[in-house]
Write a protein that binds this ligand. Structure first.
Ligand code: FES
Length: 146
C-alpha cells in the first residue's frame, strides 16, 4: 500500500467516524462558513479556559476531505495553548492531512475548517480579548487562506 493509499484510508476513516462531531452549549467561539465553490458548510464551536482549548466540536456537511480535515483539526487543537492555535499555518493543516499539491478546488475543501477556525479566533480576539492588533493580523491571514 502506498503512502497516498494510507492517507486516503485515514481520511475516509475520519469522514465515516468523525471525531469531536457535535455542538457545545454556550461556546466562547462559534463560527461557520461555506465553501464558495460547492456550498458545503462547516461550523465550529470552541471553549477556551486558562488560555487553552478546553473543548472543540464541529458539525457540517460536505466532501470527505472537508469533513476529515475538520475532524483532524479538532484533534490537533484540543487541549492546546490558545497561542499555539493562533499560530497554526495552513501548511500545518495540509501536513496533518497528508495532502500536498492539491488543486485550487480541493484546497478549499481541505482548508474550510481552518478558515472557520481562524475567523472564529479573529472574532474572539476582538470581542473577548479586545486585542485589535492581533485581530488585524488574523484578519489579514484569513483573507490569504484561499
Ligand atoms: Fe464541498 Fe469539498 S466539495 S467542501
Amino acid at each position: 500500500m502506498s503512502s497516498a493509499d494510507i492517507y486516503r484510508e485515514i481520511i475516509l476513516d475520519y469522514y465515516r467516524n468523525p471525531r469531536n462531531y457535535g455542538k457545545i452549549e454556550n461556546p466562547d467561539i462559534s463560527e461557520r462558513d461555506s465553501n464558495p465553490l460547492c456550498g458545503d458548510e462547516l461550523e465550529m464551536h470552541i471553549n477556551i479556559k486558562d488560555d487553552k482549548v478546553a473543548d472543540v466540536k464541529f458539525t457540517g456537511k460536505g466532501c470527505a476531505i472537508s469533513q476529515a480535515s475538520a475532524s483532524m483539526l479538532t484533534e490537533l487543537i484540543m487541549g492546546k495553548d490558545f497561542e499555539y492555535v493562533k499560530k497554526l499555518a495552513k501548511e500545518d493543516i495540509l501536513d496533518n492531512l497528508g495532502l500536498q499539491n492539491l488543486g485550487p478546488a480541493r484546497i478549499k475543501c481541505a482548508l474550510l475548517s481552518f478558515k472557520v477556525l481562524k475567523t472564529g479566533i479573529y472574532t474572539y480576539l476582538v470581542d473577548n480579548l479586545k486585542d485589535t492588533e492581533s485581530a488585524d493580523k488574523m484578519k489579514e491571514e484569513v483573507s490569504g487562506i484561499y
